[in-house]
Design a binder for this molecule. Structure first.
Ligand code: SF4
Length: 64
């Protein structure tokens, strides 16, 4: 599984960072970063919560 962020949509509100802090990080300039691009399957529940929680629908999980 791979995480794809649409940075044009992201409004840096940190919802995903709260749902899955292992994966998402906002820097001091409010730019979103991925700590891991190909997360372990064990993180899937947290990632799905981040996808659903993102108010901008900016996060996608791509299989494979
Ligand atoms: S939840 Fe969505 S809009 Fe908010 S920081 Fe994460 S990707 Fe960006």
């Amino acid at each position: 599984m791979r995480i794809v962020i649409d940075y044009d949509l992201c409004e840096a509100n940190a919802v995903c960072c709260r749902k899955a802090p292992e994966v998402f990080r906002l820097d001091a300039n409010d730019n979103l970063h991925l700590k891991i691009e190909n997360p372990d399957e064990s993180l899937r529940p947290k990632l799905e919560a981040a996808v659903l929680g993102c108010p901008k629908r900016a996060i996608k999980l791509v299989e494979g």
